[in-house]
Design a protein. Structure first.
Length: 613
């Protein structure tokens, strides 16, 4: 998106232009640049999503759907960015609290020679940075750094391990040494020689003792959602992702309401039992009378798209639902849609993931007397000699094994790496160079601000970082960009997020009822079938297709055969994956094969082809 080059001049302008052009994944994008004494900035995108503005000695490069409280309602990006510059000159970094929407911004003050980098509160947009000599480089994609003279991008082996653990590279680290990501809700200040540590201008702070009549809360919530949808849809020909779940159905219905016409909706299906949700999408489409469009992703589509999608990310990205997201966005593009509205964020704000109910049940164990747990149940049930042949006793032992763990360790107890064992997966030389506890340290760090909250808010706080900012949001933004459509997230509007902060925790998870308040608020608006639907997600049937579709299996085998030479994964484990484990549990171990396959495809897409392994 934008870069800073410390000295102006012809060479710097040429370099800046070359770096900016590396971000042009799709046709029709424009580039705005500014080269001044001490800085060079560029922003790439359409006029609705990209600009460089100057005022009062300040230069701002902005990308996304930035809105500012100091600008008039309905102001475009350029007007909002200019209003922010005035607020910044007056209030300094305090002006960041006047921003809403999704954005990544870079600001340079030519009077003082300093400036800042910042991203929106939830991390809907990405911004990375690094020092190269006495130059600070930054951009929405790490790939542009490679085009800077004397640039050196070396892979970080710890980040590789963390990728396999999380299936994405968790921030604020990146896959490259010395390259960091601006955390959500944070800003980085810099001068001519250094950057200051990241500072938060916003943090999620749950208020758990709010008291208000339920009817009042429902009305306020629906009004907030509707206003957020209207803001997200403003100024573009919009459509909506429609998976058939609660969030996408809500956005689809509200888009029709605020636009005054049936929304264009787009759905993806799979010819695989247990994965296809098209009937639910059709129910919503019929209910709201949307202009509905469908596409069924095939295994051949996966084979064709996987290398391209792997290359589109500037880090390894192992979330397989990027494939259907790409094809859904591509379908929207083919029907003339400029911007898609996505429902991401509803689960992580209002308690919609199935694991929340499971953790609620596990948390009940902690209410038992300490003496009963530590002196009776655990010594008995967790003893190596405990007879666990009967199904009921096995379930009881498994429950206590998980429930006895503290948060957040308990939250990752089903992780693939934890379940299989790092020593069984990775080569010993590789493990000797990394810290296997690092993923847990990141989890503990993310958990600290929410440790005193209810169990549901502890989980939501963690998921805002690891599920949304690190996973689902880059999944959607990158695949939409690759498909040639803009994307916005009404569920992550600041007003919607703020409402979640003060909603009583028992309204988010009522016993084991997921997102109770959300559904009650939208009862009568959403179809009853949608409200009663069990959470399924947008998953790709990777494991099933690996066992039934030879070209996909061959792509996976070829990728992992190449990966086995890189000193990361044990060759015998790769052999075991294909010969035994995949056939025993296709969905479980198919996920791990996918994560490894996308890692290797990403490595091969790098300009050096992974020569530094």
């Amino acid at each position: 998106m934008d870069r800073r080059i410390r000295n102006d001049g012809p060479d710097e302008a040429v370099t800046l232009g070359r770096m900016a052009r590396s971000l042009q994944l799709r046709d029709g994008r424009t580039t705005s640049t500014s080269v001044r004494a001490g800085a060079g900035l560029a922003s790439v995108g359409s006029e609705r999503t990209s600009c460089v503005v100057e005022a009062d000695g300040l230069t701002l490069a902005a990308f996304g759907h930035l809105r500012c409280r100091d600008s008039k309602p309905g102001a475009d990006l350029r007007e909002a960015a200019t209003a922010f510059l005035r607020a910044y000159r007056r209030d300094g970094t305090g002006a960041l609290n006047r921003l809403n929407g999704d954005f990544a911004i870079a600001l340079h003050d030519s009077l003082n020679g300093d400036g800042l980098l910042a991203v929106d509160r939830i991390g809907m947009r990405n911004l990375t940075y690094c020092w190269r000599g006495d130059r600070l480089l930054f951009g929405s994609s790490i790939a542009c750094f490679a085009l800077f003279p004397q640039a050196e991008l070396r892979l970080d082996r710890q980040a590789l391990y963390d990728y396999v653990f999380f299936h994405v590279v968790p921030g604020p680290q990146t896959i490259y040494r010395g390259v960091k990501r601006v955390p959500p809700g944070h800003y980085i200040e810099y001068d001519g020689t250094a950057t200051l540590p990241a500072s938060a201008y916003w943090r999620m702070r749950f208020v758990e003792d709010r008291s208000a009549p339920l009817a009042q809360l429902k009305a306020e919530f629906v009004e907030t959602l509707q206003s957020a949808t209207a803001a997200a849809a403003a100024g573009a020909n919009c459509g909506a992702f429609l998976s058939g779940g609660t969030d996408s159905s809500t956005v689809s219905g509200l888009l029709g309401r605020v636009s005054g016409q049936p929304a264009a909706t787009f759905s993806i299906g799979f010819a695989a039992s247990g994965y296809d949700e098209m009937d639910y999408a059709r129910t919503t489409a019929h209910h709201f009378r949307t202009r509905h469009h469908e596409y069924y992703v095939t295994p051949d589509d996966v084979v064709a798209a996987a290398p391209r999608i792997a290359a589109a990310y500037d880090q390894p990205f192992g979330n397989a639902s990027a494939i259907p997201t790409f094809y859904c966005a591509k379908l929207a593009n083919q029907h003339g849609v400029e911007r898609l509205l996505a429902g991401d964020g509803g689960d992580e704000l209002y308690g919609g993931n199935a694991r929340y109910a499971k953790q609620r049940l596990l948390a009940l164990y902690g209410r038992l007397p300490h003496a009963l747990r530590k002196r009776a149940l655990e010594p008995l049930l967790l003893h190596p000699g405990f007879p666990g042949r009967l199904p009921l006793l096995r379930k009881l032992r498994s429950y206590v094994e998980q429930a006895a763990l503290p948060m957040p360790q308990r939250y990752e107890s089903s992780n693939l790496v934890e379940h299989i064992g790092a020593n069984s997966i990775f080569q010993s030389d590789f493990l000797a160079q990394i810290d296997p506890d690092h993923p847990h340290a990141l989890m503990r760090e993310a958990h600290v601000p929410f440790a005193g909250c209810s169990i549901i808010n502890q989980m939501l706080g963690i998921d805002l970082r690891f599920v949304l900012a690190d996973g689902d949001l880059p999944k959607v933004t990158t695949t939409c960009e690759l498909a040639g459509v803009d994307v916005a997230f009404p569920m992550l509007d600041h007003a919607v997020v703020s409402f979640s902060e003060s909603l009583p925790p028992e309204f988010k998870l009522r016993g084991t009822q997921l997102r109770w308040f959300f559904k009650e608020s939208l009862r009568g608006f959403l179809p009853d079938e949608t409200l009663a639907k069990k959470k399924q997600g947008f998953g790709l049937p990777v494991g099933i297709w690996l066992t039934t579709h030879r070209p996909l299996l061959e792509l996976a085998r070829a990728s992992l055969d190449r990966l086995r030479t890189r000193g990361i994964v044990r060759p015998d484990f790769i052999d075991k994956l294909f010969a035994k484990l995949l056939h025993e549990h296709p969905a479980y171990y198919g996920t791990l094969i996918w994560v490894f396959m996308l890692l290797e495809l990403w490595i091969q897409s790098r300009p050096d082809g992974g020569r530094d392994f």
